[in-house]
Structure formats: C-alpha cells, structure tokens
Write a protein that binds this ligand. Structure first.
Ligand code: FSX
Ligand code: SF4
Ligand code: F3S
Length: 313
C-alpha cells in the first residue's frame, strides 16, 4: 500500500493524475487483448511491481527513432512508467555515462544479471566484412550481439531494423545488414514498425509481468495481440468506404473510393499492425488517418517489397 501511495505521489509530482494513469491502463489492457476486468491488475503491475527485470538496451544500425518514439511519446509519463516496471541498466541514448565508463557499465550489467536480464535490441547488425560496417567502441555490432544476446533471458528486437534489417538492410545492402536474430542465429520477440508503437513494447512487458509469460507470436516473431490483423482489416477508411451513409455523404461510391488511399499506394491490405486502434501520440492519429498511405513499415523487407510507395499495389 505504501509503495502504491508512493507511486501515485510520484506520478502526481510529474503532473499526471490517477485518472490519466487509469485511462492509459485501460487503453493498454485493450491493446493487449485482455478484458476490462484486467485494468486494475495492469495498474497494479506499474504501481506495485512484483519484480523489475533488468534490461540491457543495445543500439546498432538505426536512426534511434524507436527510442525517441518511446521517450517522446505524447503520454508525458510513458517513459516514467517504463522505468517503473523495468530496471534499465544500460541504454546509450539515455544514460549519463559515456566512453570507457559506458563500456564498463555494459560489461558489469551483463555479468551481474547473466541469464536474468531482458536484452532489447534497436537497429540492424552488419554481417559482411566481419561486421565491419557498424561498430561501437571499436567492437562490431556482430561481436557485441554474439556476446550479449546469448546471456539474456529473452531478447526483444524493437523496430523493423532490429527485427528484420530495416532501412540498413535495404537493397543493395552493402554491409550485409540483417535483423539481430538472423545475424546470430537466435530467436527474438519482434516488435517491428519504423518506428514501432511504444504501447506494443509496454504491452509485451506487462503481459510478461502479469501473466508470467511472453505473449503468443505469429510466424514472424510478432506478438499476435498487436500484429494479428492487417491495417486494412481495422481501417476506418475501409468501413467508411463500405458504409452506405458514408458513400451518400461523398455523393457516390467513386468519390468514397477516393477517400480510401489504396490508389495512392496504401499497403494496409498486406501489413499487419494495430495502428488504427492503438494510434500514436496519445491516441491522436496514425498515418492513414492523417492522409498518408500505410507504407508497410512493420513488414520484413518493406523497403524492398513495398516500394515505390506511391504506386498502387
Ligand atoms: Fe529502424 Fe529504430 Fe525505423 Fe528508426 O531505432 S525501425 S530506422 S524508426 O529507429 O530502428
Ligand atoms: Fe485499406 Fe489503406 Fe484503404 Fe485503409 S486506406 S481501407 S488500409 S487500402
Ligand atoms: Fe507503419 Fe503502416 Fe502503421 S506505415 S506506422 S504500419 S500505418
């Protein structure tokens, strides 16, 4: 109880009301595919976590948009919440240490939490030329991944780069960039998207803390709660298109068809993700709602298979 009180007091001091927090927990519970009766239990995971798993967060070939999406989320407190449930031991973007001290932190964390930490990987791994296309502190991404990943309890590849190679792995891919799992022959839980929606990472971790297991995955390693349906299947532009009233509003089926972005290249029918329901920026909007066709950013090799993005499939 004391711990819970402290938690709400901490949130309050950051300008987050209990009501805001419960609103977030309700959205998160729905995203995870759990019934509303789980909302208090989800809140409890944050307010009184039974355990805070240590996390080693690695950065390889990427734009850091994945971390930025998490840290600059419009829920002003999501980064705080993540730090309530995870003990982030190493993260190059947010840690104070630099240079040799940062390297020491990495080695110390891996040694101390061997077999117990969650490894989160952001970015793709260069495999050609002995990993020569990407290094941190004089060691190749490949070398670091080979050392750290096998010592983790589980590895989460966040973003399409870490999951499948992403932009770094796009044709002609001179560095031989691939996803971290492929690079070292390990299996990873993948949360793709460029960037991915932070709620899907939080949902995965909360699922683990609440139910004691990782969520069910599809054949591409993605949690089914988030990637079980296509964008097109959940798209409001589609339901509008199929909705008679909407067609009437637009005057004709032809005009309503213009509202759907298929003809300007939307890849929603081949892309699995929950953007239409989870949305971004505090549930404000998502690409198709904002008028931008889905470019298939959560699918493997989308830079090669979905381009040119502006042409009809
Ligand atoms: Fe890749 Fe993440 Fe795209 Fe960027 O770090 S998934 S380039 S949004 O940021 O890895
Ligand atoms: Fe499908 Fe895209 Fe059209 Fe939405 S905008 S209905 S996802 S093709
Ligand atoms: Fe990506 Fe398409 Fe969603 S481009 S962010 S999967 S709408």
């Amino acid at each position: 109880m004391e711990q819970e009180k402290t938690f709400y007091e901490r949130l309050k001091s950051k300008g987050v009301s209990r009501r805001d927090f419960m609103k977030y927990c309700t959205a998160l519970t729905a995203t995870m595919g759990l019934s509303a009766s789980y909302v208090p239990k989800v809140a409890e995971v944050f307010a009184a976590p039974a355990q805070r798993p240590p996390v080693v967060w690695l950065h390889f070939g990427e734009c850091t948009g994945c971390s930025e999406a998490l840290l600059r989320s419009n829920y002003p407190f999501i980064d705080e919440l993540v730090l309530e449930i995870l003990s982030v031991e190493y993260h190059e973007t947010i840690m104070a240490a630099a240079g040799h001290q940062a390297e020491e932190n990495l080695h110390a964390a891996v040694k101390k939490y061997k077999g117990k930490f969650i490894c989160v990987v952001e970015g793709a791994v260069a495999t050609k030329y002995n990993g020569g296309y990407g290094k941190v502190a004089g060691r190749s991404f490949l070398e670091i991944a080979k050392e750290v990943v096998p010592q983790a309890a589980a590895t989460i590849a966040i973003g399409s780069c870490a999951a499948y190679g992403g932009i770094a792995g796009a044709d002609p891919n001179p560095g031989g960039y691939v996803g971290v799992g492929e690079a070292i022959g390990a299996s990873t839980l993948n949360i793709p998207g460029c960037p991915p929606n932070p709620i899907n990472l939080v949902g995965t971790v909360v699922n683990y803390l609440l139910l004691g297991k990782l969520p069910a995955l599809d054949d591409k390693g993605r949690p089914l709660f988030a990637y079980g349906k296509t964008i097109h299947d959940q798209c409001p532009r589609r339901s509008h298109f199929e909705n008679e009233e909407f067609v009437t509003e637009f005057g004709s089926a032809e005009a309503a068809n213009g509202y759907c972005l298929y003809q300007v290249g939307c890849r929603g029918p081949e892309t699995y993700n929950n953007c239409p329901v989870a949305k971004f920026n505090d549930g404000t909007s998502w690409p198709v709602e904002a008028g931008a066709p889905c470019i298939g950013c959560s699918e493997p090799k989308f830079w090669d298979t979905m381009t040119p993005f502006y042409e009809e499939m």
